[in-house]
Design a protein around this ligand. Sequence first.
Ligand SMILES: [Zn+2]
Length: 391
Amino acid sequence: MAKKQLPKNELANQQKTQFAPLLIAPTQVLRGEKCLAKSGEAIARLGKLPLVVGGNKTLDLIQPYLQPVLNQSELKADYASYSPDCAESSLAILTEKVVSHQADFIIGVGGGKALDTAKLLAHQCQLPIVTIPTSAATCAAWTALSNIYSEEGAFQYDVGLNRCPDLLLVDYSLIRTAPKRTLVAGIGDAIAKWYEASVSSGNSSATLTIAAVQQARILRDILFQKSAIAIKNPQSDDWQEVVDATVLLAGVIGGLGGANCRTVAAHAVHNGLTHIQAAHDALHGEKVAYGILVQLRLEEMIQGNQLSTTSRQQLLEFYTAIGLPKTLEELGLGNVSLAELRHAAEIACNPHADIHRLPFSVSPEQLIAAMVSTTVVSSSLEKNKSKLTHG
Ligand SMILES: [Zn+2]
């Protein structure tokens, strides 16, 4: 299986560097309370025969809201599930659906995996795409990138798409109905932008990359300031600002920064963890958030980086306050075997993995050591503390 994924990865990377188009933003973004109900005209500009792609539950949930909007504009929709996952097999079945319905555009509804499937389907069928996120868990509604998983949910490879979505609908009333946990996970995924982009691109002299890294820092600060209130009160202004941060600003950073500014160790750890069955109950952003701590731990252990120690302590406090997982136990992986952990670490360290964007090499053994010590109190911090208390 590993052999099969590499050539596609290489091909995708080659395409990125050969043409390197700027894929910064969706063509149109409509947002507001109940904005889906008012979006019929904008949707109808893209075609007459939409195929709506989402998870089984989401399709049931969205139909009463979406169908009247489509009816108003006399659009004839068909609905299709991406189950069991954003996998090659699901895409093959959905492509048949596109043909049988004679779909002339795709509407993706749901979380990251549903939107990734819908975007890639549209890309492969060369059709316009509308994305309607039903949670704030990722920036997938914005970006020109899809992750492919196995039917069992193990990460396989990512695919760069030829453009961002044609229309993105951010309906705050819809997103407010999502479980609180999805917003927390979205915060974990979005805050990773700073910790990954500053490592992969912090020294870049390219204008757009500098802009992306600085926006990632701003995104981090907004999340530090506003997340606690946002999670506590979905009716607050802070809630909407945090949703904009995780769904929109995180997407802007991915768009401006491009392939170079995307992911380092935090996402590599996520990708490795998806190969452990027990990790499938944890959300993408939860695994990535834990992955940031692992990345900082690697910088501490291998580079002796004091700044990373301070950043990790700051994040541990933040995670405790908002409920992001800090350890394997909190990810639901307390009983995972050493063999499974090793397998995940080997996947995370494969020669093409983004972990190698760190400015030092990492072995699976070092990664495992970092993975089991994300909350360790650093000896240098201890020394400082004892200096403070004794001196
Ligand atoms: Zn992510």
